[in-house]
Design a protein around this ligand. Structure first.
Ligand SMILES: *[C@@H]1O[C@H](CO)[C@@H](O)[C@H](O)[C@H]1NC(C)=O
Ligand SMILES: *[C@@H]1O[C@H](CO)[C@@H](O)[C@H](O)[C@H]1NC(C)=O
Ligand SMILES: *[C@@H]1O[C@H](CO)[C@@H](O)[C@H](O)[C@H]1NC(C)=O
Ligand SMILES: *[C@@H]1O[C@H](CO)[C@@H](O)[C@H](O)[C@H]1NC(C)=O
Ligand SMILES: *[C@@H]1O[C@H](CO)[C@@H](O)[C@H](O)[C@H]1NC(C)=O
Ligand SMILES: *[C@@H]1O[C@H](CO)[C@@H](O)[C@H](O)[C@H]1NC(C)=O
Length: 352
């Protein structure tokens, strides 16, 4: 066993280097075309660490257990703007419309529950008649170094899962059927851990749905793929739908849901995201929540089932089963699917 303190030290060194080198990379690397960078080179350069050092960090990755309940807030976004905020150490209730669907949005690394995209998604849910929209605010942790935020995802998820159980589910476990978690980036893993915790507390029952938007890959899939108990997984909920828009860089490349949607073949660079390397990769990562928000009032987002990108590109899957993707998913088959959208994230029928 390696002592926790040595892991902690590696984390600090690694994190300090990320902070120092992110800006330098942004300005020094220009990319005129749309070819995504190689992941080893990309992460080595943004972390300014040789590959073996990143591998060492992944090898000694341990989830943290010390998170303060005061540092996790729950914001309830309301259609009438009378939003409410509480935190996990507060006894203040959140008022929910009884017996209606509850959507819970979880932001990712360096973000917050008051980010524009979270508010837009909450408003879009109100527009389709879903009034109970909660956002988990774990910004105090998510805005720390990447490795610190990654190590906290499990505990944050477990604490929120316990809160949801105590406050919403304990009185009436049928409400599990109403719960839909939507998480972006590291928030997708948090959503997975919320769902796993609820399942543990209800003797194996599962929430209705988890949607993972460009699920974070560094330290979860790359350079070492963690076991399904340590990340978002297809068994976490009754339905797990996953969207890949920056696959192989900040986003997961391999399937991790029941339905995995590879948007524009799943990887960077997404349309409208051209620019220098870091900007275009980040834009492609955020493209997943821009897209998901747009799908709320549409069934025109169609993807075809296909086992991999090579087959999808040759057109061999063109006659396979088609399903709607996004909020209004209609298929129940497990598998990978390919769908196409333009730079506004509007659907492009027939591919790009
Ligand atoms: C309340 O929530 C809505 C989204 O439902 C958001 O647009 C608005 O900015 C929020 N108001 C405040 C004061 O945060
Ligand atoms: C948590 O909520 C309680 C009760 O609403 C409040 O008194 C306290 O200031 C909050 N703590 C933080 C850190 O926001
Ligand atoms: C429990 O929740 C379900 C689903 O929301 C609802 O249909 C049912 O009426 C609730 N039962 C009670 C006793 O509140
Ligand atoms: C819940 O978690 C505890 C501790 O890890 C474990 O012992 C127990 O078997 C789990 N229960 C269920 C129903 O998964
Ligand atoms: C969906 O909602 C957006 C904004 O809320 C609106 O511009 C668009 O027309 C709507 N589309 C449909 C098909 O209702
Ligand atoms: C899903 O809905 C789309 C659009 O309405 C339709 O073309 C497709 O056949 C449906 N797929 C399934 C599996 O029901």
């Amino acid at each position: 066993m390696v002592a926790k303190s040595s892991t902690y030290l590696i984390t600090i060194i690694f994190s300090a280097l990320i902070l120092l080198w992110f800006p330098a990379t942004t300005v020094s690397q220009k990319n005129g075309n749309s070819t995504p960078p190689d992941i080893d080179q990309f992460l080595s350069s943004i972390f300014n660490l040789p590959l073996h050092a990143i591998q060492a960090l992944a090898k000694y990755f341990i989830f943290s257990s010390k998170i303060s309940s005061k540092d996790i807030e729950i914001i309830s976004y309301k259609p009438n703007n009378k939003n409410e905020t509480t935190n996990l150490s507060s006894t203040k209730d959140i008022s929910l419309s009884a017996d209606e669907k509850i959507v819970i949005i979880v932001h990712g690394f360096q973000s917050q529950a008051t980010a524009d995209w979270v508010k837009s998604l909450a408003s879009a849910y109100h527009n389709i008649g879903i009034k109970n929209t909660l956002a988990i605010n774990w910004q105090k942790i998510a805005k720390q170094f990447y490795s610190t935020a990654a190590e906290a995802t499990k505990m944050v998820g477990e604490m929120v899962g316990e809160w949801l159980f105590d406050n919403i589910l304990q009185q009436n476990s049928s409400k599990l059927e109403n719960i839909h978690l939507v998480g972006h980036s590291l928030g997708a893993h948090v959503a997975g851990f919320i769902a796993k915790k609820i399942s543990n507390l209800t003797d194996g029952e599962k929430v209705y749905r988890v949607s993972g938007l460009d699920v974070a890959a560094p330290l979860f899939e790359y350079p070492i793929k963690l076991p399904t108990t340590s990340r978002l997984d297809r068994d976490d909920a009754q339905n797990v739908d996953v969207y890949h828009t920056d696959g192989g860089l900040f986003g997961f490349l391999s399937p991790t849901g029941q339905q995995d949607f590879y948007v524009n073949y799943g990887g960077p660079i997404q349309p409208g995201c051209e620019g220098n390397i870091l900007e275009s990769v980040e834009c492609s990562h955020s493209f997943s929540h821009k897209l998901f928000t747009k799908t709320l009032n549409s069934s025109d987002y169609i993807a075809i089932r296909c086992d991999n990108t090579e087959l999808a590109k040759t057109g061999e899957c063109d006659n396979n089963i088609a399903v709607t993707f996004g909020q209004n998913i209609n298929g129940s088959d497990y598998g990978s699917f390919y769908g196409f959208v333009d730079s506004n994230a509007d659907p492009v029928i027939g591919g790009i």
